[in-house]
Ligand binder design. Structure first.
Ligand code: FUL
Ligand code: CA
Length: 646
């Protein structure tokens, strides 16, 4: 039996313990409450999309039948025997991509011409029926292996539009298309992205029918079904396009830019709100997506690539940059040189973040918790973030004090997008001469990443981000200060084709036309343009000239959906009797209105030229911003015997 004294002591002890326990429990609850993350705001990216966003930029490789026919879109009637590269040095090219800092590669396993670059069972129209390696080769395999070796992710472009297939437009084709997707996602290891291109130009070979087959809509392809198949075979694979049912959408042009503000949610504030990321695509060479014999002079400069980088990656999109393979199965040296130089510039830009480890403070911190402290934005870790207090009214700010003044001209910001894309407007300020001065007032979105180029380099040890509009309390995971390497500062935003070598064309000094406004087509200005919805463009060359082709730059303003996508070119010696020299397609001109270069089967001599636009679509407009005639090839030019296959 315990004495009453002992009993009393025990009771006190028990009570004490209970008290401590409840304090502890309250403390734990308090800690939990303090560390509780804010609720996600709107749609959030999937793990797959997050992983993909980290890839930032990667290569596109166009290589197939068109490489051998000097076309951008094959008609579908090309013989398999045309595919005859001497060798294919995929390894060298892929290594160059890796060395430039690219994270992956997407290869055109089948383009619109329908020729499959792997030995598919779905159609005879494939590489097994080509002379290359006596039909034993597989280009898709070469790329997959090479990427695995170099540590690059590998992706596939497979065109839904198929100008070769007899059943295209009908149910029969869909069976084969599904088979193609199945093979590509089964036999080549991990595929990080599959591109279902939306292009559809209407006419084609279609097993010999040679007719126009405009499908009603993308519903024809039954993408929900195809996407299920992709998910089943490759759960981590990003689906591009597919009528916007996939994970990623097109940047909207083929110039390599994404819109700004760059908003990653579609149908915002509705039950259908969904996260779709942006991908901006373009080519390193102005000649087009496929390799062309005369493209050496059309390579975009490293500075232009830097502008493209800021207009895509800098806005929050991923950049897919095309480098075509030539007839020797490798990238041109000129393309790779520019790529390497740009890669070096990018590396230097990203080498040093002057904000890392800075002392960071903020207008408020969520629940005063260290987990959401300002310092999280300068710790070099994308996952940790600063979050303002829920009750803190906008504007809120995040301030950095550097240990010593730094010079920078690029500010990179990231949001913790696992919690949604929140920020809708912000400005940047630097502390100079005793006051906050705005250095950038135009921020309209952040998302996974935004890189703001300042008008000029700034030297300071105090900067701040001021968020003025946000869907919910901002969650900033990174605030970086970067500097563009030496010579690269701000080239012009324009990356048109203004540096085309003009002596590659006949002189236009004596040209005239019955149409008064036609001279806009040879005034040397890409922003002036002759246009008509019915009449042809007639040019009097002033004297009889010999030429073997023409080049035509369509309108460069943004209304390209109606551009004539076919043409007929006639010549005459008296402006009365005309004969057709060339008829054909301005392939892909609506998505990519670049200079269209058409080489005739043989040289012609004439004084008058007549260009008529055509289209497979009812409504169209013929536009000519600049028109050139190509001089006949000079017999002495070494190795210039790269004649077109017709
Ligand atoms: C477009 C195609 O029509 C072009 O030929 C190219 O493949 C580009 C990437 O996509 O829609
Ligand atoms: Ca962080």
């Amino acid at each position: 039996m315990l004495s009453s004294r002992a009993r009393g002591r025990l009771t006190v002890m028990a009570l004490g313990l209970l008290f401590l326990l409840s304090i502890g429990a309250a403390g734990i609850a308090w800690e939990r409450w303090r560390n509780e993350p804010p609720a996600p705001c709107g749609a959030v990216p999937s793990e797959r999309q997050l992983e993909w966003l980290r890839m930032e930029w990667y290569a596109f490789v166009h290589f197939g039948i068109n490489t051998f026919t000097n076309r951008e879109w094959g008609f579908g009637d090309e013989a398999s025997s045309l595919f005859s590269p001497s060798t294919i040095d995929v390894d060298g090219t892929v290594r160059a991509f890796r060395e430039a800092g690219m994270s992956g590669l997407i290869y055109t396993a089948k383009h619109h011409d329908g020729f499959c670059l792997w030995p598919t069972r779905s159609t005879q129209h494939n590489v097994a029926h080509s002379p290359w390696k006596n039909g034993q080769g597989d280009v898709v395999r070469l790329f997959a292996d090479s990427c695995a070796k170099e540590g690059l992710k590998f992706g596939i472009y497979v065109s839904p539009w198929d100008r070769h297939h007899a059943e295209y437009g009908r149910a029969g084709y869909l069976v084969d298309f599904e088979q193609q997707v199945r093979e590509l996602l089964t036999h080549y290891g991990e595929i990080f992205e599959i591109w279902f291109d939306g292009a559809q130009g209407g006419d084609g070979y279609y097993g010999g029918a040679r007719e126009n087959r405009c499908i009603e809509s993308d519903a024809y392809y039954n993408f929900p079904h195809i996407i299920n198949l992709v998910r089943q075979l490759q759960p981590n694979c990003i689906v591009w396009g597919a009528d916007n049912l996939g994970d990623v959408r097109w940047g909207g042009s083929e110039k390599g830019c994404a819109p700004y503000p760059c908003v990653n949610v579609v149908n915002p504030d509705t039950p259908d709100e969904k996260w779709i990321s942006w991908e901006a695509d373009t080519t390193i060479n102005r000649a087009g997506w496929f390799w062309h014999p005369d493209q050496q002079t059309s390579v975009k400069s490293p500075q232009e690539l830097m502008d493209i980088y800021f207009a895509s990656v800098g806005h929050g999109a991923n950049l897919i940059l095309n480098v075509a393979l030539n007839r020797d199965g490798q990238a041109d040296g000129a393309d790779l040189a520019s790529l390497a130089a740009f890669g070096e510039m990018r590396r230097k830009l990203l080498t040093e973040d002057y904000a890392l480890g800075a002392r960071a403070t903020a207008s408020s911190v969520r629940r005063q918790s260290r987990r959401y402290a300002a310092g999280n934005a300068v710790d070099g870790d994308e996952e940790t973030y600063w979050c303002s207090a829920e009750e803190d009214a906008l504007p809120v700010y995040l301030e950095l004090r550097l240990s010593k003044p730094a010079t920078f001209d690029v500010v990179r910001l990231r949001e913790q997008i696992r919690l949604g894309q929140r920020v809708q407007a912000f400005r940047l300020e630097a502390w100079r001469d005793g006051a906050w001065k705005e250095i950038d007032g135009g921020g309209m979105s952040i998302g996974y990443r935004v890189m703001r180029r300042l008008a000029q380099p700034i030297t300071t040890d105090r900067v701040r981000l001021v968020v003025t509009r946000s869907r919910a309390c901002p969650c900033i995971s990174e605030f970086s200060l970067l500097r563009t390497p030496g010579a690269v500062q701000h080239t012009s935003q324009a990356s048109g084709s203004c540096d085309q070598p003009h002596d590659a064309y006949l002189s236009r000094k004596r040209w005239s036309s019955p149409a008064p406004d036609a001279c806009a087509a040879w005034d040397g200005k890409e922003d002036t343009c002759w246009q008509s919805d019915a009449a042809p463009l007639i040019i009097d060359l002033g004297e009889t000239r010999t030429f073997n082709g023409f080049a035509c730059l369509p309108s460069q303003n943004d209304s390209s959906e109606r551009l004539a996508d076919h043409f007929c070119l006639e010549v005459s010696t008296d402006a009365q009797n005309w004969s057709i020299v060339s008829e054909g397609e301005f392939s892909n001109v609506r998505a990519n209105p670049i200079l269209q270069r058409i080489v005739f089967p043989s040289t012609v001599a004439a004084r008058y030229v007549r260009l008529t636009g055509r289209s497979t679509q009812k409504s169209f407009i013929t536009t000519v911003a600049e028109f050139y005639l190509l001089p006949p090839p000079m017999p002495s030019r070494s190795g210039a015997a790269d004649n077109d296959v017709k």
